[in-house]
Design a protein around this ligand. Structure first.
Ligand code: AMP
Ligand code: GLY
Length: 421
């Protein structure tokens, strides 16, 4: 089989790595991939940024399956376009991808179908929002979210009402995120522990992947700004098999029924970002794709045949599974970033690399080959993954790799998986 993976990050490198282990795979194409994917896949760069340009270049290489990494092409309809051309594409339609690409759509869906999530109000007018907050003061803070896609920079956890009003002003009046922030969701702040729960979905049925935990803040002790993710661990010890079943029953099953009822059945991987509160699991957000860097720790543990499972999601024949996912061992990922990330940072940092071993994997994110040398091309540069029979062993292995990869201009958090059970 010839398989193409859209995207250029560590998530896509991990997908290509997992696929490269499957016997039926004869050719892998990264669209466009990164400096690390070059050793396992050819690189294809579309002629332009539109979905049509992307679809054209994919049609030209006639893959048997296309896997979409990031949300943007899904939101713009790449799955619809490819499926119309007869090319199987793993990822939801543009209408179904609204579960991530529009927070307003996703929150209204959850309200309409009683799917547990934070309470919320929607605003497109700053004065109305400010007077709502003044009439309904809240002592413990709020969350303000831009409706549209904002590359992980659209959610603001505010510690008080003044801060929430200031953030809303930036979005609605000062246009800080452009059209993505012209409608906003004002949300109740939830308290608890977070978990990233992914489910294979074929429109009607679902099956869980192992649950991961993501470390989003830039600095140790969960300080500093939110990032795309500074590290992950899997399996998340704070989510028991019973809790995973509860999440399936109370969140995923009603969400799939809701999407069907709304005329946009959900096929692909559904990633529920959850807060495990004292009152049970609540949805923080839905994503229409694999998490990054969750994928880098989930895939190495999984025993699934990815291709079979993805094709069954596409054609509606997924075997429902409510039990624990087939996975063994533990994995921890430490993300090496450019100093300054998620703010401004340097590119073209000369990098050193290391070989995979039985207990470590290196996935590249923002790297590229320039004049025969590996240099950085993004904020998140490497994903150092450690494997082991338990989280502590996996953590030690991940940090050993991270230290070997550390060169001037790079940094990482030192507390990934430190407090995990
Ligand atoms: P999102 O982009 O919606 O995933 O939000 C990014 C991060 O903000 C989440 O991973 C949480 O840490 C935090 N967050 C978002 N919504 C809430 C909420 N309602 N209560 C508490 N924290 C939240
Ligand atoms: N790790 C967070 C995300 O993929 O959205």
């Amino acid at each position: 089989m010839k398989i193409a993976v859209i995207g250029s990050g560590g998530r896509e490198h991990a997908l290509l790595w997992k696929l490269s282990k499957q016997n039926e795979v004869k050719e892998l194409i990264a669209i466009p991939g990164n400096g690390g994917t070059l050793s396992i896949a050819s690189s294809l760069t579309p002629n332009g940024n539109s979905v049509e340009a992307l679809a054209d270049s994919i049609r030209s290489c006639k893959p048997d399956l296309v896997i979409v990494g990031p949300e943007q092409p899904l939101a713009e309809g790449i799955a619809d376009t490819l499926m119309k051309s007869g090319i199987p594409c793993f990822g939801p339609s543009a209408l179904a991808a609204r579960i991530e690409s529009s927070k307003v759509f996703s929150k209204e869906l959850m309200r309409k179908y009683s799917i547990p999530t934070a309470e919320f109000e929607i605003f497109d007018d700053f004065d109305k929002l400010a007077s709502f907050i003044r009439q309904n003061p809240c002592a413990y803070g709020r969350v303000v979210k831009a409706d549209g896609l904002a590359a992980g920079k659209g959610a603001f956890v505010c510690s008080n009402d003044q801060e929430a009003i200031a953030v809303a002003k930036q979005l609605l009046v000062d246009d800080s995120l452009g059209a993505a922030g012209h409608r906003i969701v004002l949300e109740e702040k939830l308290f608890g522990t977070e978990a990233s729960a992914h489910f294979w979905c074929d429109g009607e049925h679902f099956a869980p992947l192992p649950v991961a935990r993501d470390y989003k803040r830039a600095l140790d002790d969960d300080l500093g700004p939110n990032t795309g993710g500074m590290g992950t661990l899997c399996p998340a010890g704070h989510v028991s098999a019973d809790m995973l079943s509860e999440i399936g029953e109370t969140i995923i099953a009603p969400t799939l029924s809701a999407m069907q009822a709304e005329g946009c059945p959900y096929r692909g991987v559904l990633y529920a970002g959850l807060m495990l509160t004292d009152d049970g699991p609540r949805v923080i957000e839905f994503n229409c794709r694999f998490g990054d860097p969750e994928t880098q720790v989930m895939l190495p543990l999984m025993q699934d045949n990815l291709i079979e499972t993805m094709l069954s999601c596409i054609d509606g024949t997924l075997k429902t599974s409510t039990g624990s996912p087939a996975a063994s061992g533990a994995a921890v990922c430490v993300v090496l970033t450019a100093e300054g990330y998620p703010g401004s940072y340097r590119k073209d940092i000369p990098l050193r690399t290391i070989e995979n071993t039985g207990h470590t994997l290196l996935f590249h994110a923002g790297t590229t080959m320039k004049d025969g040398k590996l240099v950085s091309s993004g904020g998140r540069i490497f994903n150092a993954v450690g494997l082991g029979s338990d989280i502590e062993t996996a953590r030690l292995n991940a940090y050993q790799s991270a230290h070997s990869l550390l060169v001037s201009g790079l940094r990482f958090r030192s507390d990934i998986a430190a407090t995990a059970k």
